[in-house]
Design a protein around this ligand. Structure first.
Ligand code: ATP
Ligand code: MG
Length: 408
């Protein structure tokens, strides 16, 4: 066989993994627990991470608070490519970020940032934001997707070759994706979204990609005059909001490692339209339509002639079949205009045949519910619950749910 022609480039140096020395640097802890937990028990040294979110959501605020803490034990360079140093100082004063060891620059030229970092080898480089950086002598246009990718490529090399942790912020588009290609998310080690909930100024930090930690972990903050404050127990706030009115049902789902307690709210009302409306937010539209169909089929109640409005408190988005039973009870409670027993939580799946099915991790949900004073647990007939002080109500099928509502 004819030998292949050699392409340019030197032959690669191969080593055994056993001979590779591992990076023994500890993870970078900020002491802000909600952040540290979401990033994977501290930031992995030498990684490139992106903090992204809607404009004005609080990315610069959070980053400044984190870096102020990191600067107590590490050398941190903060490049503000969007705001002047005066503006950053004003924010720092408002947030009480007074670290004397944090160093700032308003340099936005990427080569200059990289040269500075290579020369001085700080532990952490912050760039707020990557979209405002420009690469001189580049074939790509400043601010373009191409330039964004080029910047990410150079920053990744800076991180890996110099052992520098690089954290950048990035905007997201109206559609909720990182402005720029999804490929940017593939190029970096970790991606964190800062999202806003519609009330209480709550901000949720979510890990959507993490090469060195779990994903879908949530951290909760509250935006106040002095910046983002940690909310160590979001369930305390969520449970205080539950009304136990007709149409309201408490459910739980697991996000990351946390069980979240949430109120589902349904409103059913006789439709004046030929085709009844279904306006659903926070849960999957199809899940509500399906459960309404199951109730109509087995209970002979005419939900098809009712407009259905459905939402989840706190602006959360829930994707879990463990909320099936809660959705059914919220619909029935609104339809019959009767509330469920106070301090109750519904935890179960519903099959297409109308059977109530047990769910996984029930003990975690029950423990969390008990912590917040829940007294009644509504579950499937064959759901085993051990060591609970609550009253457990078992249901075999949707027909048995009618017993919760008088005169039906
Ligand atoms: N004096 C203040 N008191 C309370 N909250 C304030 C005050 N000033 C700013 N904020 C809050 O901080 C938010 C702006 O935060 P920040 O600039 O960190 O957001 P960002 O995500 O970095 O925005 P951008 O996408 O424009 O960079 C405002 O929307 C507001 O909620
Ligand atoms: Mg900003």
């Amino acid at each position: 066989m004819e030998a292949k022609k050699r392409t340019t480039g030197q032959s690669a140096h191969l080593v055994k993994l056993n001979s590779v020395e591992t990076d023994t640097k500890p993870r970078l802890m900020s002491g802000i627990k909600e952040w540290d937990r979401v990033v994977g028990d501290g930031i992995m040294p030498s990684s490139l991470i992106i903090l992204t979110g809607d404009p004005g959501i609080g990315k610069s605020t959070l980053l400044l608070q984190i870096t102020d803490k990191l600067a107590e034990h590490h050398v941190v360079y903060y490049f503000s490519t969007e705001e002047s140093l005066q503006q950053v100082k004003q924010r720092a004063q408002r947030l009480n970020c007074t670290s004397d060891s944090l160093l700032f620059s308003d340099q936005a030229n990427l080569e200059s940032i990289i040269n500075t970092a290579q020369d001085h080898k700080p532990d952490v480089v912050i760039i707020d934001s990557i979209q405002n950086c420009y690469v001189s002598n580049s074939q790509t246009i400043p601010g373009s997707v191409g330039q964004l990718r080029e910047s990410a490529f150079h920053l990744m090399r800076l991180a890996k070759e110099n052992g520098i942790t690089v954290i950048v912020t990035g905007h997201i588009t109206k559609e909720g994706t990182m402005a720029g290609p999804k490929t940017l998310e593939h190029m970096v080690d970790a991606v964190f979204y800062l999202q806003g909930e519609d009330r209480w100024q709550t901000r949720v930090l979510r890990s959507v990609k993490n090469r060195f930690g779990t994903i879908n972990e949530l951290g909760f903050f509250q935006m106040g005059e002095h910046g983002l404050e940690e909310v160590p127990n979001i369930n305390q706030q969520l449970i205080a909001e539950v009304s136990y009115c007709p149409g309201s049902v408490l459910v739980s789902f697991i996000e990351g490692s946390k069980p979240i307690l949430l109120e589902l709210q349904a409103l059913t009302i006789e439709s004046k339209l030929a085709m009844a409306q279904r306006v659903v937010s926070g849960v999957d539209h199809k899940q509500v339509v399906l459960i309404a169909a199951i109730l109509q089929k087995y209970l002979h109640i005419k939900l098809s002639a009712q407009d259905i409005f459905f939402k989840v408190s706190g602006g959360f988005k829930v994707k879990s079949s463990s909320t099936d039973l809660g959705i059914a009870l919220a619909l029935l409670s609104s339809y019959f205009q009767q509330p469920l027993p106070e301090k109750s939580i519904a935890l179960g799946e519903i099959s297409l045949t109308g059977q109530i099915k047990p769910i996984n991790q029930i003990a975690t949900f029950v423990r969390e519910a008990e912590k917040f004073g829940i007294e009644n647990i509504l579950v499937a007939k064959n759901q085993q619950i051990e060591h609970s002080t609550c009253t457990i109500k078992h249901f075999t099928n949707v027909y048995e749910l009618l017993a919760l509502f008088e005169d039906n």
